[in-house]
Design a protein around this ligand. Sequence first.
Ligand SMILES: [Zn+2]
Ligand SMILES: [Zn+2]
Length: 202
Amino acid sequence: MGSTIHQLDEKLQDDKAARKDLEETARSLGQKAATAESRAVAAEGDLRIEREWRISLQESMVRDRDKISMLTQEVESLKSIGQKYLALQEEQHVLKTQYSEAQKTLEEVGATLSENKLQLQELLEKEAAQAVADDTPTWTSDKDATACTACTKEFTIARRKHHCRRCGHIFCGACSEKTVALTGNTKPVRVCDACFAEVRLT
Ligand SMILES: [Zn+2]
Ligand SMILES: [Zn+2]
């Protein structure tokens, strides 16, 4: 009987120890669970941060790609501008050459022109001289004339002879009263009535 009580007591002792162990384990498990939960919360936070960071990174990548494409377009346009500039430079060079050639030709033309001008001047002078010569009438000889060419009245000491400076014929004073300015004369000169009428018509 004594041994049975002793055995029961021992078993009770064992149960108590086992229960204590279990309680210990339960407490430790609870702590571990709490730790794990807090870690999980922290990890979730980290994940959220990482996701946000990734999104912002993606956005900045998109922005960078846009910038790059814009810059590429700018570079292309600059290249084409550069090519245009080169083409313009070449064109300018060609134009310069043409300009200097044209200038040379112009100088030659100018020289020819001034030569022609001189020749023309000479020609005009000759012509003018010829015109003056043409205008100079052949004067009727004083001796041959006995009467006025216009009114046919005979010349006397009172009715004297006068040459018309235009036609060169001889008239009485009454038929050659008028004067006109003729080329080759500085002052107006005596002309017959017929010549006066002709000059007035021209
Ligand atoms: Zn007369
Ligand atoms: Zn006359």
